[in-house]
Design a protein around this ligand. Structure first.
Ligand code: 9PG
Length: 764
């Protein structure tokens, strides 16, 4: 079926194979329905807010439609212009393609008058029940929940039931760091999500609203409700009371409004399109790395760096990036100057790291400057200030000698030049990756050098100054939306730590953003859909050491498994000498990385506790985490991954073959913070490697070839770098599994014949 557009009695009606859209040409009110899914919405419209009220369209001026080819594909664009009760015109453009599950709303506000018009918000999609709007979503309204994406890297992401009041930052300091500057705080009747959200009930179709562009304005979606009834949905571009000059326009960020299918893949659909619109430079894969932070914190010294560099080289793991974190600088902001721990500065270390065959990486917080830094002393005019002229405090961090840091104003041309010089200087020393931290500071509002530049645009201008010199940028503490297109990789959760969780520090934050493995893993699971669509997700470091840590063996394995299945960056942050033989063996089992992206099924509420990872041969890894404080039974149902027939199961932590099974696989007594990790292989008459102790993927990547021959023999070729020793399980076309002890270096080839025979491969 093709797309049809009809116009009758002042209403445009668009029908596609997926949805129906109606647009009222006078008020620009629109309705959307997905008839096959029971999702229907009427009476949404664009609006703007200014300091004393709101404006909506009421009189049509002109309309039309035509074919377009956009970054999202081929579609039709309908456009309509309407007057308001002021000299501001609304120009609405809606793009839709025949097979799209949603529409893209573009909205411009044009000032036809001769006076500047300040605006507080532009809202391409504004829905109220009071205003005659109607919203129908399938499922029990008591189960309605919203996906809260969170503002920046460290902000918590999860599914919040409307019936539950969402957590708030405990104080203004936490709010400055973790909360969107224009994002309202949640209340009993108000839920909010930055940049994008989904709204609906578990396992049923719902709505996705998400901004696809993030060029000028910071955005959020808010939902006002009465527990089981949604009364208002706002999609907000915060226009910061900036004025539209006469005869010019403000453009809202483009908004995706779509169906969230019952499997909850709506966020992935949004991320796909936002990545395309913003031309996200997503690398094919991230490089495994080492980072100094979670071992040495700010006490790191050049000697620590050198010692680990040598030890890591000798260990020969396949780790390729070696990144020095916070602690090398004499003061935040004075990045290029030597300090007590780094008396010769960082340049010689970059050279040594390269000489040892690693890519040098460095942490910097480019938009921060300590109040006792030379940078602040020399360039007070580069600082972002408040209305009274006081330099804004971007963070007060007890880990830093001066604690209080001010913020560089990215609209100041000299500050931007300095950022560009900094990046070039670091690139010149040999640094090939930068971890750009505390980036939210670059988007903080204030009295800017150029007062006409809004926050998201200022932030992007600052990042652009840093971008060209260095090939790989990792964003951290970064506002998610406006970073799309600016970084290769992005931290997507709170800091990890050598402990599971600190209740006390979560309490002092008010939100689940304090350091710890648990908070970090929860975001890795909740934000999985962003990976490989907007950037490479960085789930933060893996800590494997068995000294100076409160993490148990169980917790270390869960951390390693979530990290591995997520497909995000793998970064080790341990003193190499503190890895005992077993943890070294675990490290070997984590590399090379699986190079697949994990998916998480949407939970009824909170964060997902499971993750699936699929492989091209039809097999999968499935992980379920026990976040509870006690041991309990954990089960995984292969049919949740789409396996309807009996499958072959390998228990990765138990290192055992569980044979052919149908229905849920349950393991009793999975310890608190432990996990169930299964390799699932279809029993489809093909010869397969169905299990292995060599790698956490348990056979997912070890077989470079496996083949059944007509004479009944099976030939197997295994390839894994380095010296390998362990057990693999081979499934024959007849459906029998063989356990085989192998020992080889880099690769080995062997044949299997007869049922009873177990073949031992001699050392290569
Ligand atoms: C270095 C660290 C590591 C870590 C980053 C980031 O609000 N705070 O005081 C605060 C301090 C540290 C922090 C986040 C917030 O962690 O995520 O990986 O690079 O900086 O200081």
């Amino acid at each position: 079926m093709g797309l049809s557009v009809r116009r009758k009695d002042g209403v445009l009606r668009v029908e596609t194979s997926q949805l129906a859209l109606t647009l009222q040409l006078d008020t620009l009110a629109f309705g959307l329905s997905w008839p096959a899914h029971g999702v229907q919405m009427r009476g949404a419209r664009p609006r703007v807010l200014f300091d004393r009220g709101s404006l909506e369209a009421h009189a049509p001026v002109l309309d039309g439609h035509g074919d377009i080819r956009s970054r999202l594909g081929i579609g039709t664009r309908i456009h309509a212009r309407a007057r308001t009760h002021s000299p501001l015109d609304f120009i609405l453009e809606i793009d839709v393609g025949d097979d799209w599950p949603g529409i893209v709303i573009g909205l411009s506000i044009e000032n036809r008058g001769d006076r500047p018009q300040p605006l507080r918000t532009i809202e391409p999609f504004y829905f109220t029940r009071d205003g005659g709007g109607e919203l129908r979503l399938p499922g029990d309204p008591r189960d309605l929940r919203l996906f809260r994406l969170g503002y920046q890297s460290w902000s918590p992401a999860d599914y919040v039931p409307l019936s539950v009041r969402d957590a708030r930052p405990r104080n203004e300091r936490v709010q400055t760091v973790h909360w969107g500057p224009f994002t309202p705080l949640p209340a009993d009747d108000l839920h909010v999500s930055d940049f994008a959200t989904t709204i609906g009930t578990p396992h049923a179709s719902g709505l996705v609203l998400g901004f696809l562009t993030h060029l000028s304005w910071l955005t959020h979606i808010s939902v006002r409700h009465a527990g089981t009834r949604i009364d208002e949905i706002r999609s907000v571009c915060a226009t910061e009371d900036l004025a539209i000059a006469p005869r010019t326009r403000f453009e809202a960020e483009r908004l995706w409004v779509a169906l969230d299918p019952p499997d909850g893949s709506g966020m992935a659909g949004w991320a796909d399109r936002a990545g395309k619109e913003m031309q996200a430079p997503v690398p094919a894969r991230g490089q495994p790395g080492w980072c100094s932070w979670y071992q040495y914190f700010t006490d790191v010294t050049a000697e620590d760096v050198r010692r680990n560099l040598r030890d890591l080289r000798d260990l020969d793991t396949g780790i390729s990036t070696f990144q020095i974190d916070d602690g090398y600088q004499p003061a935040v902001g004075d990045w290029l100057e030597p300090s007590a721990g780094f008396p010769d500065g960082i340049a010689p270390l970059a050279a040594e790291i390269r000489r040892e065959g690693f890519k040098p990486g460095l942490w910097v917080a480019p938009f921060l400057a300590s109040r006792d830094s030379r940078l602040v002393e020399r360039h007070p005019d580069w600082l972002l200030r408040d209305a009274l002229g006081q330099a804004i405090v971007g963070v007060s961090n007890p880990a830093w000698p001066g604690r209080v840091c001010h913020v560089l104003d990215p609209t100041h041309p000299e500050a931007r030049d300095w950022l560009a010089e900094l990046a070039h200087a670091l690139a010149g020393m040999g640094f090939e990756m930068l971890k750009l931290d505390f980036l939210y500071a670059g988007a903080l509002p204030g009295r800017r050098h150029d007062p006409t530049v809004p926050s998201a645009r200022a932030y992007r201008a600052g990042l652009r100054s840093l971008r060209d010199a260095v090939p790989f940028l990792l964003g951290c503490g970064a506002p998610l939306g406006p970073s799309i297109g600016m970084v290769e990789a992005m931290r997507i959760g709170p800091d990890t730590a050598p402990y599971w969780h600190s209740k006390q520090s979560d309490r002092s934050f008010g939100i689940r953003a304090s350091p710890g493995v648990e908070n970090s893993l929860r975001n890795t699971l909740a934000r999985a859909a962003l990976h490989q669509r907007l950037w490479i997700n960085d789930p933060d470091c893996v800590l494997l050491r068995d000294t100076d840590t409160a993490l148990t063996e169980t917790e270390v394995c869960t951390l390693a498994a979530v990290n591995a299945l997520s497909g995000g960056l793998f970064t080790l942050s341990d003193e190499i000498a503190h890895l005992g033989p077993q943890r070294r063996a675990l490290l070997r089992r984590l590399l090379p990385t699986l190079d697949r992206s994990g998916e998480t099924p949407a939970p009824a509420e909170g964060t997902p506790d499971r993750m699936w990872c699929r492989f091209p041969d039809g097999s999968a890894l499935a992980l379920a985490v026990n976040f509870a404080r006690t041991a309990r039974a954990v089960s995984i149902d292969p049919s949740d991954l789409g396996f309807e027939d009996a499958v072959h199961i390998w228990d990765v932590w138990g290192q055992r073959d569980m044979g052919l099974r149908k229905g849920p696989v349950e393991i009793d007594g999975v310890p608190s913070h432990g996990s169930l990790l299964l390799r699932i292989s279809p029993a489809d008459g093909r010869a397969r490697l169905v299990g292995s102790t060599l790698h956490i993927g348990a056979g997912s990547i070890e077989a470079s070839r496996i083949k059944a021959h007509d004479d009944g023999t099976v030939s197997v070729k295994l390839a894994l770098p380095g010296q390998q020793r362990g057990r693999v399980a081979v499934l024959t076309p007849a459906g029998r599994a063989f356990g085989i002890h192998v020992s080889f270096s880099d690769e080995v080839e062997f044949g299997l014949e007869g049922v009873e025979e177990v073949i031992r491969i001699p050392d290569a």
